[in-house]
Design a protein around this ligand. Structure first.
Ligand code: HEC
Length: 258
């Protein structure tokens, strides 16, 4: 008995010594705290997210005007308005939310297909409290058309489908600033290039700013990814070749304010 008791005592002492050793050890080792920890995301209410990938089947069919296409309609808007540095890009991931690809949007922004009320992404862009509203002021808020498009995408099942934007030949016969160029820039560029601190000091939500980069060659240079220019948009894919053709046509026409 005595030996057993002695043995447990030894065990206990060894345990205490071990604890002390461990805790002293802790003080010796510099503890590295991640600067911007990813907040654990509650994904329990999302439909099985494990098989969400960014792989999409290339669809050779023409685009259906009633369908919402993630890569061409939704992602550019999120990249431009939400995924800037300091917000929801891969490096900053504010609140754990990353809006740079389909799988990241589905996994981190709590998008619930067919259910607006349960979709955190939708809640954030329709929030009325200015403290919680996304994008937060002074960023330009999403337009009602943009909010409606995100709602339509969610109500169509928040799918990652594609279509062939170049199915019909690209019609550049009636290209104007207000009817063609401004709407493209609004969807793909204005989130970064507007407000009090526009990216690169370039304002693309008003004619003068657009005309300046059009006439300097920077507009076409950047959207075509020509060498010597920063490629635009910087992430989330390029403009479609038809949109590039249309903008290029308007620039070669002399960038008129029509
Ligand atoms: C996610 C934010 C973001 C989006 C979206 C974006 N830009 Fe930019 N843009 C920037 C930043 C940042 C710079 C300056 C950085 C640099 O020069 O590398 C810049 C620079 C530019 C320049 C100057 C490039 C040069 O090399 O002189 C042009 C022109 C431009 N953007 C046009 C566009 C157009 C057109 C779109 C939409 C098709 C667009 N941007 C979308 C962030 C963005």
């Amino acid at each position: 008995m005595k030996i057993v008791k002695h043995f447990t005592n030894v065990l206990f002492l060894a345990f205490v010594a071990g604890l002390l050793w461990l805790s002293s050890c802790k003080h010796d080792i510099p503890i590295v705290i991640p600067i911007d920890p990813v907040i654990p995301i509650d994904t329990t209410d999302i439909t099985d997210t494990t098989d969400i990938t960014d792989t999409v089947e290339i669809n050779p069919d023409p685009c259906d005007p009633d369908s919402v296409y993630f890569e061409t309609d939704i992602l550019p808007m999120l990249i431009s308005n939400c995924a800037m540095s300091g917000c929801h890009d891969d490096a900053s991931h504010e609140d754990g939310v990353i809006l740079t690809s389909y799988s990241k949007v589905m996994n981190t922004a709590d998008v619930e297909p067919f259910d607006l009320n349960d979709s955190k992404l939708y809640e954030a862009i329709t929030e009325t409290d200015s403290d919680d509203k996304m994008p937060p002021p002074p960023n330009t808020p999403l337009s009602s058309d943009q909010v409606a498009l995100i709602a339509k995408w969610i109500m169509q099942g928040a799918l990652n489908i594609t279509c062939n934007a170049n199915f019909d030949s690209c019609d550049v016969s009636n290209v104007t600033y207000s009817g063609t160029v401004a709407p493209i820039l609004q969807n793909f560029c204005v989130g970064c290039h507007s407000g009090s601190a526009p990216s690169g000091g370039i304002l693309l939500n008003q004619y003068n700013g657009v005309a300046a980069v059009a006439l300097s060659g920077q507009l076409v240079g950047s959207i075509t990814g020509a060498s010597g220019f920063a490629k635009m948009p910087p992430a989330g894919g390029s403009l479609s070749s038809c949109n590039i053709e249309k903008i290029t046509k308007w620039v070669t026409d002399g960038a008129p304010n029509n």
